[in-house]
Design a protein around this ligand. Structure first.
Ligand code: F6P
Length: 549
């Protein structure tokens, strides 16, 4: 591997640079559409329930061909197949990367170190299903015999963002009699607000942590246990009925005091940010029921199969990944906006931030050499139409190139009726209008033709050529959510493969954790922290002076 050429020295890379400096120096979407009436149809790919239109991108057939050549040269397909086969493609942690096995059908065979892992995946899913049914039906009761009405997931990062996002996304499919909350922040306010109106006798805590050593989660879980025991006359036997764990670390779960019979297992070949379709999804499964959860897994699997088998020119995650490389590395785009036109997807972009930025926020390649190219973008965004009244001004007329994904659903969720359902057309009209305005803008002549005074013409002109992908689906269902997430997971994979970085480690989060542990005694006890810089030491001193005792 050490003779792997640097990405920017590959002829396929140079060919893209020449293409950008030549025919694509000033690409004009108006022109590209005018000269090809079939463009929208040709640049649309359909995968399962997803209709993905990438025609409003600054690309031609030649661009796409050159990007495909880059994908081939950088070994994207070989790495993809190695991932699906269970090879240890997470090189810095020497681990397989097998979130795809979490949604493989019962009869599939996926081997890690010679062992087929699919039976144990399904054994855990079955155990989760049985437990979820017990909670949903009221058979699982709390210590005092009362029915569980509240479920609180305690976890952070991949042990929080996925289930929290999916719970919101699938609200319409949840048991509305259950209160489901998510606590992640070590700020005590998070747990306080989550439990302040709950009855401990009716509350189940799900402690979700792959490692079961994450300080935020263990701290919150410890406080939750104190809250529970304070409300149940200190009876420590109550823990068994009110705490379950989701983890790979049985020893630490037992140390915490949770019976490992109440532990739902997953494995080190499931990355934290790729884990919410593992046991980490238990809170979601309780909320939507095992059947809906399985529909979601089927949605994931459908896109896995598409990614694994579809021809390159019609392979949606590959195309989206290549487009991201095109903008990040050849247009100097620093960020990527994800703009769902669905209130239910309010946390979708936050979820993708971890998926994308923790995976591809790297600056050395798989051989440890500093990269000389741009890697992962800043991912950001909030649901439309709210963003339109906040930051879309910059998208339309700012100086930056910001590719965006517009995600929308043809139908509102079935629960909405009457006037609220009718509002859906207005919501979607906004999505379509934004894509149109960003791509085609409004020329100075068009502005003049409206009688706008000459001095205002530059201010009211929209240069257009701002790229978007539009993703539509009939409805936001569990399966569609699974399809969408798998689409992004594999897009991130493609980009990491091209950039030749390890998308599956996250060493960059470690330093802050270590330093926080070192600084904490200075805050709590005024301890001297050797080697503290003058800025941090002055900040700590100010903190201690102002902190109420
Ligand atoms: O932020 C680092 C990280 O390791 C994430 O990758 C992970 O999702 C999160 O912390 C939580 O980790 P755990 O599930 O082990 O508590």
């Amino acid at each position: 591997m050490s003779d792997t050429p640097m990405l920017t020295r590959r002829p396929e890379w140079t060919a893209l640079e020449d293409h950008r400096a030549g025919p694509m120096l000033h690409p004009q979407l108006r022109e590209l559409f005018a000269t090809d009436p079939e463009r929208a149809e040709r640049y649309t790919v359909r995968v399962g329930d997803l209709h993905i239109d990438y025609s409003k991108h600054l690309v031609t057939d030649e661009t796409l061909a050159l990007l495909q050549e880059l994908a081939t040269a950088t070994g994207v397909f070989g790495l993809r197949d190695a991932m699906f086969r269970g090879e240890k493609i997470n090189v810095t942690e020497d681990r397989a990367v097998l979130h795809t096995a979490l949604r493989a059908p019962r009869d599939a065979v996926v081997e890690v170190d010679g062992e087929n892992v699919v039976p144990k995946v399904h054994a855990v899913l079955d155990k989760m299903a049985a437990f979820s049914e017990q909670v949903r039906s009221g058979k699982w009761t709390g210590h005092t015999g009362r029915r569980i009405k509240n479920v609180v997931n305690i976890g952070i990062g991949g042990s929080d963002l996925g289930p929290a996002m999916a719970y919101d996304a699938l609200r319409a499919f949840t048991d509305r009699d259950l209160t489901v909350r998510f606590v992640s922040n070590v700020d005590g306010a998070d747990l306080h607000e989550a439990v302040r109106d709950l009855d401990p006798a009716e509350t189940l805590f799900i402690v979700a942590s792959k490692t079961f050593t994450t300080i935020e989660t263990i701290t919150n879980a410890t406080s939750a246990r104190s809250w529970l025991l304070a409300g149940l006359d200190g009876e420590s036997a109550a823990v068994a009925k009110h705490f379950v764990a989701l983890s790979t670390n049985a020893e630490k779960v037992a140390d915490f005091g949770i019976d490992t019979a109440n532990m739902f297992e997953f494995w080190d070949w499931v990355g934290g940010r790729y884990s919410f379709d593992s046991a980490i999804g238990l809170s979601l499964m309780i909320a939507i029921g095992p059947e809906r959860f399985r529909e979601m897994l089927d949605g994931f699997h459908l896109v896995d199969e598409h990614f694994r088998t579809a021809p390159a020119e019609a392979n949606a995650p590959l195309l989206l990944g290549l487009l991201g490389v095109w903008y990040g590395d050849f247009f100097d785009a620093q960020s990527h906006a994800v703009l769902p036109y669905s209130h239910y997807l309010s946390k979708f972009t936050a979820y993708l931030q971890q998926l994308d930025m923790e995976s591809n926020g790297k600056s050395v390649d798989r051989q440890g050499r500093p990269v000389e190219w741009q890697t992962g973008p800043v991912v950001w965004g909030t649901p439309g139409t709210n963003g339109q009244h906040a930051y879309y001004q910059l998208l339309h007329q700012g100086t930056k190139t910001i590719p965006a994904d517009l995600i929308g659903f043809v139908n509102p969720v079935a629960e909405l009726g009457g006037e609220l359902a009718a509002q859906h057309d207005l919501l979607m009209a906004n999505l379509f209008a934004q894509g149109q305005a960003l791509a085609f803008g409004k020329t100075a002549d068009e502005v003049r033709a409206e009688g706008v005074p000459e001095e205002l013409v530059p201010h009211r002109t929209f240069r257009g050529n701002r790229p978007t992908t539009t993703i539509l689906a009939r409805e936001l269902t569990p399966s569609v959510l699974g399809q969408l997430i798998a689409l992004y997971e594999h897009k991130v994979f493609v980009q990491g493969a091209i950039w030749n970085i390890d998308s599956f480690d996250q060493w960059g989060v470690e330093l802050g954790k270590v330093l926080a542990k070192r600084v904490e005694p200075a805050l709590t006890e005024g301890a001297d922290v050797p080697g503290l810089d003058s800025s941090t030491s002055a900040l700590v001193a100010t903190y201690r002076t102002l902190r109420k005792k």
